[in-house]
Design a protein around this ligand. Structure first.
Ligand code: FUC
Length: 939
């Protein structure tokens, strides 16, 4: 009854008070502090990122600065790749894929960073005879060693040994059960990274130099003894995750059991182990590209926060970009507020209480970088300096503690505050990175200058500047999908319930969270959002937390234009400009071609050469896909200056590359791309449908742009002719859209990538209007691929199903994306998208996908509510953008459009379609056009 009443009230408010309703709804909140990093709440100004844990006794704020990466500017290109291009192509045309891949692996991949020889180091750490005493021996005294819990599935880095690579000894023992006497034993130890020498009672039981195989060593009975038996493992870890990592299937523990016996009888070895670091300076491992790095941690310890804490809550308010933690301890209410200011380039934490003189804590800084140091600058200021291992970048951060009342002093490198009424902490951070070619900046001077600018300002003025700057972007779009009773639940529970309940308001929150994350990770003047935006706490993050261009980087920017955050697109355009420089070298050295090319990954140094393996790293459409974003920016804004000065010159360069690169397929006489790959499927090929769709869209965009700008008449002719000779989309024998030029699709393949549907989304090569048969084939391909996938794959499928105009299927995908993080996709407690691990693309692709259900504009008209799921019966949205230079406000009730108005930003003719009706009208720039539900202009 009460629930119903609240629901009715909610609906009444939704109608009349959607503004305030939204304000209540736009919070992530929890009744307990963060335990995992992915429980913590993200803040950011595009450059400085922070993750707030909100612990009562111990506040942990992990922070990043977006330019702190490994390595240094260098040449990524193999100097004479182009020599092998023709041979690779001929092998592929002759059906010799394996030979082509082998040749490409040898001569066509990029250059790695500096690598050191391994053998001398291995010889040194393996020289056990020269050790004072030998840890492999049964009798070795390890009583002074520290302990660690194993296995650590994500490496020993995650259980206290962050940043550790090298030679490490691990020891354990077990008592031989009496009935095992005389039996050979199997030691099942899981995977060990990267190389192990495993001893039992001093005898070598086995050694494996491979990070990906589970270790199963058999030890014969004569090596075992009654009573206690000792295991010693020397682990050599060169790079990335280290140590005993067990099995992905965590239900399979490390164990020992008699050979031939049931595994149930095993003695479990997943437990606390002793460890000793023998050498933490292994030879350098070369990498194709650099990794994004964590910077440091701000730690606040509140010694007198008692056990009797009540009324705890932490939250993130998307309308203000402020996070808050509140609790009551010993009768005093404490409040912490946190934000990262763009105007003042700092993290701000303010601590208040409702009773004077009751704030007591210690503040310290820390960093996981081996070469880092904290120093006291003065009694209220600490400095943190760091240097990335074997790289060119240094970082500097300054923490200032400003207490009102009480005492502030320094002790043991920490700032101690006692009896204060209120405290504000400021943190600045900088690196010596200037641009992708120049690392001559002065990190210390920059961090200091930012701190000095803060000195003159009150907290109130900082806060106001922050709010004004943030809200100018955020407030441009508002939406409501009505209210749901679940909005009274904390966010973690709401995620758990989402798929089971009818909670459309949570999808509205998810969309706004996507906008929040884009503003926070990609402000004008900063670098684009990487695989994790700007949030990363690991020295060796997954996929280097860099930029993958075969879906992930582009997906990050899907919401930029439609969700009214056009400025946030800027960092991507800056990056394309930089890639056009590095990519020109790659085009020349690998393809003897003009223009520029980007393969499937890039990093802070703007590497563009192929990386990883030849079966998936040679994919040429990164630059082309990225440059469609320039064209989309023009489509949405109709900004001709942007088209003339920034977009077209870059788009044109990519077209020049393809003019040179495309070759005739001897089988068909049509143009194909190649050597290339349909992202991460089917190996190296000539002719992938995705490439052809992207190149076709790129040519079409360049042709139109050159007409609008009245330039490049001759080039336009070439582009038209190439476009018309490109291999078209094809329908295969299973009724599917073919992934390649030949009909070899495997309909049982459930892979996360569905690249050949690029022409459905984000491209517009395949639409219901243009070619319904092809659209059906594309849908059939998606049905074969299935719904399951990683986070970004689920998010892409929301967009696909929206373009197929199946709102209910799209909504099913929303349910899968907003569900507790699991093996395939989902959302973490802080609503970060789970690949897993955390990858931010799904947040952005999901937000864009929800918008795609409400409005589509890729076919030359505004398609209103094209794919509205039946679960989204009522709603309203203001500030949704469309191609052609339009901005919409609309409401729908009971699944039907009730109000619509179109703001014309460019004065173009507007065509609107809804429910079989069409309205076409001329517009004036800056004027708003109300339209009724029968699609008549309201005069
Ligand atoms: C591509 C994808 C993976 C992941 C990685 C960053 O390799 O296939 O799923 O998203 O990029």
């Amino acid at each position: 009854m009460i629930k119903n009443m609240r629901l009715t009230l909610g609906l009444v408010f939704a109608g009349f008070l959607s503004g305030s309703l939204q304000a209540q709804d736009l919070k992530l909140w929890y009744n307990q502090p963060a335990e995992q990093w992915t429980d913590a709440l993200p803040l950011g100004n595009g450059r400085i990122g922070a993750m707030v844990f909100g612990g009562v006794n111990r506040e942990h704020i992990q922070f990043n600065e977006e330019t702190l990466w490994t390595d240094s500017p260098r040449d990524y290109n193999m100097p004479d790749g182009a020599k092998y291009l023709n041979d690779i192509r001929q092998l592929l045309f002759a059906g010799k894929q394996k030979e082509a891949e082998a040749l490409a692996a040898k001569h066509f991949m990029g250059l790695k960073s500096k690598e050191e020889e391994r053998a001398p180091w291995v010889e040194k750490v393996r020289d056990l005879a020269s050790l004072k005493s030998n840890p492999s021996a049964a009798k070795y005294n390890d009583s002074k060693w520290k302990t660690i819990q194993l296995p650590a599935i994500n490496g020993w880095e995650t259980v206290g040994l962050e940043g550790l690579d090298g030679a490490v000894w691990l020891r354990n023992s077990f008592v031989l059960p009496d009935d095992w006497a005389g039996k050979d034993l199997v030691f099942d130890l899981g995977k060990i990274r990267d190389h192990d020498f495993t001893y039992v009672n001093g005898h070598l039981a086995g050694t494996t130099a491979n990070a990906s195989d589970g270790r199963m060593y058999v030890v014969s009975a004569d090596k075992l003894k009654k009573g206690v038996n000792h295991i010693s493992i020397q682990v050599l870890n060169y790079f990335d995750k280290g140590g005993l990592v067990g099995y992905k299937d965590t239900s399979r523990p490390m164990r020992v059991y008699p050979k031939g016996a049931s595994e149930q009888q095993a003695v479990i070895l997943s437990r606390s182990w002793k460890y000793m670091i023998q050498d933490d300076d292994p030879p350098l491992v070369g990498t194709y590209q650099a990794s994004y790095q964590p910077f440091g941690d701000l730690l606040l310890t509140f010694p007198d926060a008692s056990k009797g804490v009540s009324d705890y809550k932490r939250e993130l308010d998307l309308t203000t970009a402020i996070s808050k933690t509140t609790y009551v301890s010993k009768g005093v209410r404490y409040t912490r507020e946190y934000f990262v200011s763009q105007p003042d380039q700092c993290l701000v934490v303010r601590i208040t209480s409702d009773k004077k003189q009751s704030i007591n804590f210690q503040a310290g800084l820390r960093s996981s970088h081996k070469q880092s140091a904290v120093r006291v600058i003065d009694p209220t200021t600490l400095g943190l300096s760091l240097q990335v291992k074997d790289g060119a970048l240094k970082g500097e951060s300054i923490l200032k503690v400003n207490a009102i009342g009480g005492k502030t002093r320094v002790k043991n490198g920490q700032i101690h505050v006692s009896g204060a009424n209120e405290v504000v902490l400021y943190l600045t951070a900088a690196t010596n990175y200037k641009n992708f070619k120049d690392v001559s900046g002065d990190a210390a001077a920059l961090a200091k200058a930012d701190m000095e600018k803060l000195a003159q300002q009150s907290y109130g003025s900082l806060l106001n500047k922050h709010l004004n700057e943030y809200q100018q972007y955020f407030n441009r779009l508002s939406l409501s999908f009505g209210s749901s009773s679940e909005s009274t639940l904390p966010t973690d529970q709401r995620i758990e319930q989402f798929a089971k309940n009818n909670d459309p308001a949570f999808a509205a929150l998810y969309l706004q969270y996507g906008r929040y994350l884009l503003i926070s990770s990609s402000r004008p003047g900063t670098r684009p959002a990487n695989l994790q935006g700007i949030w990363n706490d690991l020295l060796t993050p997954s996929w280097g937390s860099k930029y993958t261009t075969n879906i992930n980087l582009e997906m990050n920017y899907w919401p930029a234009e439609s969700l009214n955050l056009s400025e946030m697109h800027e960092p991507l355009f800056d990056m394309i400009e930089e890639l056009s420089q590095t990519g020109a070298e790659t085009a020349r050295k690998y393809y003897n071609a003009p223009g520029f090319v980007v393969h499937h990954n890039t990093d802070i140094w703007r590497g563009t050469a192929p990386i990883n393996n030849s079966n998936h790293g040679i994919w040429v459409s990164g630059g082309a896909w990225l440059s469609t974003h320039l064209w989309e920016r023009y489509n949405y804004t109709q900004d001709k200056e942007f088209l003339r000065n920034r977009a077209y010159p870059l788009m044109r360069k990519v077209a020049l590359f393809f003019n040179s690169y495309l070759v005739k397929d001897p089988a068909t006489g049509l143009l194909v791309s190649g050597p290339t790959n349909s992202p991460e499927q089917g190996g190296l090929v000539m002719g992938a449908a995705m490439d052809h769709q992207i190149i076709r869209d790129l040519y079409s965009a360049c042709i139109k742009a050159s007409e609008i700008l009245n330039t490049d008449g001759e080039l336009r002719k070439i582009m038209k002719s190439n476009r018309d000779r490109l291999t078209p989309n094809k329908i295969g024998r299973f009724g599917q859209l073919q992934e390649w030029t030949v009909d070899i699709d495997d309909t049982t393949n459930k892979h996360r990538h569905v690249s050949h549907l690029w022409g459905v989304h984000p491209g517009a090569d395949i639409t219901w209007d243009k070619d319904p048969e092809m659209m059906k084939a594309a849908r059939q391909s998606l049905i074969y691929r299935g719904d399951e996938g990683t986070g970004w794959s689920l998010a892409w499928k929301i967009n696909f199903w929206s373009r197929f105009k199946d709102g209910d299927h799209a909504w099913k995908m929303v349910h899968m994306l907003i569900s507790p993080a699991a093996k395939g996709g989902g959302s973490y407690v802080n609503l970060f998208d789970a690949h897993p691990p955390f990858q931010i693309d799904g947040n952005f692709g999901g937000a864009a996908g929800i918008a795609e259900m409400l409005l589509q504009s890729h076919s030359g008209y505004l398609d209103i509510l094209p794919s509205l799921p039946s679960a989204l019966k009522d709603g309203e949205i203001k500030g949704l953008c469309a191609r052609g230079g339009f901005e919409l406000e609309m409401k729908w009730k009971d699944g039907k459009l009730s109000d619509l108005s179109v703001l014309s930003k460019a004065g173009n003719t507007c065509t609107v379609k809804y429910a079989g009706k069409e309205l076409k009208f001329a517009t004036e720039r800056g004027k708003r056009y109300p339209i009724d539900s029968a699609l008549q202009l309201i005069k």
